[in-house]
Design a protein around this ligand. Structure first.
Ligand code: PLP
Length: 344
């Protein structure tokens, strides 16, 4: 089935009522002898969301209360001795640093990893959209028994399916494009093997990071339109990036031939995504521009229907001072370009 069809139908057999639209189910406990007991163990809406995401990603999904909860769950489940961390979301870097400071894991170069260790990859990476060759990475790691975890939040399951390249675990911040409306907080891990997914789900019952019932309902509602939104925002991002590059701005977007990851992105993604970054040279100028726009909203996060712009150093103090991260939403591309032009 095509992603457009999967997004609508993959959970069809899991509906427990007569409703055409999924019901919001806030109950934390269920009648005995009905097949359900307690929401932390199992919940209809969570299972339906997992069925759709798993189908889109080509694996078995386990949903968590946030992307960071999914990241923490992955590290706790695989519990590596050593971990290689590349260019990743700063929250994941801080989590890994805190584990290392507590003596739970040792940072290592990927060449030093051994069986049971983890390489954490993010592609496209946040915020400069650097690209990692997943086929080569997964092949090298498999040969050594190293677990490859890929944060695929920027790509979404519509544009890339890392499990098909031999990757062991895919992570999504569902809060972003999958939820798609900046109103649901959730995360997910996706694996190929259903028995591994069951073990991760069992562990989730006791670590407790299950999604809230409204959040997962919103995520399920959001994922229905994911393919449509990704198609639209990706097309617009390509236009905005081409305009910015043509205007002489330092532009980070994997769809541009000038981007260092362009050729690999072409082989492993079916589109280049809705995220880009522009460097306007100084912190003062970036700070001014993010306040001078009218259509873009000056806020962190990404993947919503509204376009967002952020002076990235505010979220990630290690970032280049003049870098603005942009998440393209569903507005008209020419209106967005005109807004950036007047602000610059
Ligand atoms: N991964 C990436 C690439 C992100 O951008 C984020 C959040 O910004 C996360 C993971 C964490 O997700 P959450 O905010 O849902 O915990």
């Amino acid at each position: 089935m095509d992603p457009f069809t999967k997004a609508i139908h993959a959970d069809k057999d899991l509906s427990e009522g007569a409703d055409v639209a999924p019901a919001i189910r806030p109950s934390t406990t269920f009648l005995e002898d009905t097949g359900r007991r307690y929401r932390r163990d199992s919940h209809e809406t969570t299972e339906r969301f997992e069925a759709v995401l798993g189908s889109l990603e080509g694996g078995h999904a386990v949903c968590f209360s946030s992307g960071m909860a999914a990241a923490a769950a992955a590290l706790s489940f695989f519990h590596p001795d050593r971990m290689a961390v590349g260019d990743v979301y700063h929250g994941v870097r801080v989590l890994a640093e805190s584990l290392a400071a507590a003596g739970d894991v040792v940072f290592a170069d990927r060449s030093e990893l051994k069986e049971g260790d983890v390489e954490w990859v993010e592609t496209p990476s946040n915020p400069k959209c650097y690209i990692t060759d997943l086929v080569a990475t997964a092949e090298e790691n498999r040969a050594r028994g190293v677990i490859t975890i890929v944060d695929s939040t920027f790509a979404t399951p519509v544009l890339m399916n890392p499990l098909a390249f031999g990757v062991d675990v895919v992570l999504h911040s569902v809060t972003k494009a999958i939820g798609g409306h900046s109103d649901a907080h959730a995360g997910a891990l996706v694996v190929s093997d259903g028995s591994v997914a069951s073990k991760i789900r069992d562990q989730r019952s006791f670590t407790g990071a299950v999604p809230g019932s409204l959040d997962v309902w919103l995520a399920l509602r959001g994922i229905r339109t994911l393919p449509l939104r990704v198609e639209r925002s990706t097309s617009t991002a390509g236009k905005v990036a081409a305009w910015a590059h043509g205007r002489g701005l330092q532009t980070y977007y994997p769809g541009l031939a000038s981007h260092p990851g362009h050729e690999i992105a072409r082989t492993q993604m079916s589109g280049f995504g809705s995220m880009l970054a522009l460097d306007v040279g100084s912190a003062a100028e970036a700070s001014r521009v993010v306040r001078a726009v009218h259509l873009f909203t000056n806020a962190t996060s990404l993947g919503g229907v509204e376009s967002l712009i952020e002076h990235r150093i505010v979220s990630d103090p290690a970032m280049d001072p003049g870098l603005m991260r942009i998440s393209i939403g569903l507005e008209d591309p020419d209106d967005l370009i005109a807004d950036l032009e007047q602000a610059l």
